[in-house]
Design a protein around this ligand. Structure first.
Ligand code: DC
Length: 233
């Protein structure tokens, strides 16, 4: 008997490795993977490049116009290595959307109601046929409140900052300090959890995954077992 196709929502704090675990699970079970954080990052990159953000102030009127005109097209493209990259208006922007320049202001863009509305609409379209693993902040609460499997990932702020710091160093960033990264992680938690529009919160029916002291293998097994329990029930 073919296993039923479900929708998998993985939400949680930043730098908990949500995308790593979501990607691994999607590959293992043959589902599509959608990184919704990358979509907010791509809008942020677009806004920065078009000077629609100055300091912490966003020209919301202009941004709304650009979105409405269809000037901000975000898609995902598979690479030859079996990875997926974020594409903004036809160009691979994967590298740029992960920079500190984008990380520092993405929470401000992600807090804007009309930006969220536009992204949620696209995400719902991407997942309409199920068989998708989507990671973000509001997937189990807003985008797919009826998802059959919901996970809320978390870990201590220090563990998360260390992971992001190691990532930046591995990418050749030798200037950003651990303290700066920790501050960015803490500040993003605060903005994400206290914003008016779809604040980050755990859905009532989500399973909590605290991976502060878990290996990647342990967490992958945890997720896979949860998936099996959901498709067999
Ligand atoms: O997961 P990430 O760090 O790439 O997310 C980038 C930002 O986008 C982060 O500040 C939270 C926000 N975000 C959101 O508000 N809703 C989502 N579904 C995904 C990300």
């Amino acid at each position: 008997m073919a296993l039923k196709k479900i929708t998998i929502a993985i939400d949680g704090h930043s730098s908990t490795g949500k995308s790593t675990m979501a990607k691994a699970l999607a590959r293992r079970i043959g589902y599509a993977y959608v990184d919704t954080g990358a979509m907010y990052r791509a809008v942020t990159l677009y806004a920065l490049r078009n000077k629609l953000i100055k300091g912490e102030t966003v020209d919301e009127k202009a941004l709304k116009e650009h979105l409405k005109r269809g000037d901000i097209m975000i898609t995902f493209r598979p690479t030859k290595e079996g990875k997926s990259v974020t594409v903004l208006n036809g160009k691979n922007v994967e590298r740029y959307i992960r920079s500190m320049r984008v990380s520092n202001v993405v929470s401000i863009i992600a807090a804007i109601g009309f930006v969220r509305k536009a992204m949620v609409k696209q995400q719902q379209a991407m997942g309409k046929d199920k068989g998708v693993v989507m990671d973000g902040r509001d997937i189990g609460t807003v985008v797919f409140p009826d998802a059959e499997m919901k996970v809320f990932a978390t870990a201590s702020a220090e563990v998360r900052a260390q992971r992001r710091f190691d990532e930046l160093r591995a990418k050749g960033d030798t200037t950003t300090t651990f303290e700066e990264v920790l501050e960015n992680v803490t500040e993003r938690d605060r903005i994400d959890s206290t914003r008016k529009e779809s604040p980050l919160r755990q859905a009532e029916d989500a399973m909590v995954l605290d991976n502060s002291h878990m290996t990647i293998e342990e967490q992958n097994e945890w997720l896979y077992n949860l998936y099996l329990s959901r498709v067999r029930s």
